[in-house]
Write a protein that binds this ligand. Structure first.
Ligand code: ADP
Ligand code: MG
Length: 610
């Protein structure tokens, strides 16, 4: 065995770089975060060859005095915290004091900075050799800092090999810039790649300016189909944009969640959001959102991961519950003609046309709020159509009820017409055509009826309770001690959902009673999953979710099929029901149930000027 030696500073830094500098995008993240921490209101990013050849970031922040430059390059040197107490309520993005040292050990790094108001002053620093000694020379620079990183991984070939194509690396890098740009609307960002200007985001904190930036970054289609939400409690605030369920994605690629201005990826948050969308999203689809959670910094631990992508909440359950209920409420209110959700003001964001190349935004008449544009050609993810089997009696009876109970609409002259207007006709046995004050309404009658039936079945269950039955042979389930404890704590929750689970021993439970509709489900697996959720998130919606799925299937089979002729009163009754029903903007599978064609749009189709 050889003797123990102290690592050279460069090697020690290279080892640390292993954690934070994975690729050009990670360099950009660290350097940009420093600019934001330095109070910059404008940052210019210039890269070449996907960032592996050059990354140059210039800011107008507070800058650094010449004597601070060597310290900035040293490991474990930071101006952001001094004590453990500072760390516990840290407000800056950085605090570990090792990013620049790490980057400097695996690339050619120079810092040019000026902390004074005189543009003629400033100095430039670079580190060299095993000991990473800092060379300092005067260099004029306006107030602020320029960080230049050339030839990333030039001295660590093993890491260099892991770099992907220029395009892939640039995509990662651009994503980092987008995230940071979404985190600070008050800062101007520009990005150039290989001499070409790609983004030029103007600063602004007004609602319109924020929306413009989100539309530029996430695409105008997202903005057209997003709700603005804002929930403010004493301990938490949540605001931002959530995509309507009809704007779901095949990948979880349009999900931005910021906690006190820091982008994070967190299982707890992901679970809360998923749970909120559960009932309105087609299986396997992902919601899109840009959300900001604000809470007392002492309530979040950001020092759990070197790149700080993960955080830990002191009150994870509280946060989970808050996010879930805020989003759930907002999504439930998506129905035709619904006013802004009470707790969550909804701003109309439709009709914004954004030129993605210039980021310019213009107003144009568009779809009204609540009218999912996915129903337009090319939108949504159509293709789904329930197999046209014979409609079970129930649906027909229900529809007859509509006709009998609600009869023909009474068009009172001084009363505002209902949001979905009055039925005109039925098209191909599939669509209802109706006229409202904005123009033409098109309803997919099966999708709409399915949602109405489903919501009815759910409220019947809520008022009448879940029918449940004892198992002839109780089912023993072997679990951990912790799971036994959690099951005992939540016995009431299980009972409320029609499931009786008793403790049978230190490491065993027994299922004695289950909801009738779960007869054919794997209840043992369900129980295990629920316990795992309860341990991790403090709540679980798996049983409801399962029960809902069964109701949803029932609703689907019990709903009007395509090709069924409806009378005008039946159609009107369906429209009125849609207006009353939560989540009526989508069917149980997340497809849109109706869309609006405004008079302006119709005029446009016929090239008729008004
Ligand atoms: P950390 O950000 O964790 O403090 P870094 O290695 O990223 O560690 O930066 C070290 C220090 O260098 C920072 O604490 C800050 O004082 C200084 N610094 C880095 N970049 C800038 C900048 N763009 N403007 C002003 N100061 C900077
Ligand atoms: Mg930093």
């Amino acid at each position: 065995m050889s003797r123990i030696r102290l690592l050279s500073p460069r090697l020690a830094n290279q080892i640390a770089a292993g954690e934070v500098v994975e690729r050009p995008a990670s360099v950009v993240k660290e350097v940009l975060e420093n600019s934001l921490d330095a109070g910059a209101t404008r940052v210019e990013i210039e890269v070449e060859a996907g960032g592996s050849k050059l990354i140059r970031i210039r800011d107008n922040g507070v800058g650094m005095a010449p004597e601070d430059l060597p310290l900035a390059l040293a490991r474990h040197a930071t101006s952001k915290i001094e004590s453990l107490e500072d760390l516990e309520r840290v407000g800056s993005l950085g605090f570990r004091g090792e990013a620049l040292a790490s980057i400097g050990s695996v690339a050619r790094l120079t810092l040019t900075s000026n902390a004074s108001e005189h543009g003629s002053e400033g100095s430039c620093a670079a580190c060299e050799g095993r000991e990473m000694d800092v060379q300092l020379r005067p260099a004029p620079h306006p107030r602020g800092t320029t960080v230049e990183v050339r030839d990333l991984f030039f001295n660590t070939p093993a890491r260099r090999k892991f770099l992907r194509t220029e395009k892939t690396e640039f995509n990662h890098l651009e994503e980092v810039v987008k995230r940071l740009a979404l985190s600070r609307f008050d800062v101007a960002f520009s990005l150039r790649h290989n001499g070409r200007a790609l983004h030029n985001l103007k600063p602004g904190v007004g609602q319109a300016e924020r929306q413009r930036r989100v539309a530029t970054i996430c695409g105008p289609a997202f903005m057209e189909q997003a709700l603005y939400i804002e929930t403010d409690l004493p301990q938490y605030k949540l605001w931002g944009w959530v995509g309507l369920p009809t704007f779901s994605r095949s990948q979880a690629d349009l999900q931005y969640f910021f906690v006190n201005g820091r982008i994070i990826r967190d299982r707890l948050v992901a679970h809360a959001v998923k749970q909120a969308y559960r009932d309105v999203l087609y299986h396997g689809r992902h919601p899109a959102f840009v959300l900001y959670l604000e809470l007392d910094p002492a309530q979040v631990d950001v020092n759990v991961h070197p790149t700080k992508h993960e955080v830990r909440f002191r009150d994870g359950r509280g946060v989970h519950n808050f996010i879930f209920s805020s989003l759930h409420r907002a999504l439930a209110d998506v129905r035709p003609g619904a006013a802004a959700p009470a707790a969550a003001p909804v701003t109309t964001v439709d009709g914004l046309a954004v030129d993605t190349a210039t980021g310019e935004i213009s107003q144009q008449p568009g779809l009204s709020w609540g009218a999912p544009a996915a129903a337009r050609p090319g939108g949504g993810f159509g293709g789904y159509r329930a197999s046209a089997g014979p409609a079970p009696g129930q649906a027909g009876e229900q529809l007859r009820d509509y006709g009998r109970l609600q009869g023909l609409p009474e068009v009172a002259s001084d009363e505002a017409p209902p949001p979905l207007g009055y039925a005109l006709a039925q098209l191909q046995g599939v669509y209802i055509l109706a006229e409202n004050s904005a123009g033409l309404v098109l309803v997919d009658m099966h999708a709409a009826h399915e949602r109405i039936t489903y919501e009815r079945l759910k409220s019947a269950r809520a008022s009448e309770g879940i029918r449940s039955q004892p198992l002839l042979v109780p089912r023993p389930v072997a679990v951990s001690q912790r799971e036994v404890q959690v099951a005992a704590e939540h016995a009431e929750l299980f009972r409320g959902l029609g499931m009786v689970v008793d403790v049978a021993g230190e490491e065993s439970l027994v299922i004695r009673q289950i909801p009738v509709s779960l007869r054919d489900s794997d209840v043992e697996q369900l129980l295990r999953d629920v316990l795992a959720d309860l341990i991790e998130f403090g709540s679980s919606d798996r049983i409801e979710s399962h029960l809902d799925e069964i109701l949803s299937t029932m609703a689907c089979h019990g709903s009007v099929r395509a090709n069924r002729r409806l009378t005008i009163p039946e159609m009107n009754a369906l429209l009125r029901d849609m207006e009353e029903t939560e989540r009526a903007g989508q069917c149980n599978h997340g497809r849109p149930t109706w869309t609006q064609l405004s008079l302006e749009e119709l005029d446009k189709l016929f090239l008729r000027g008004r």
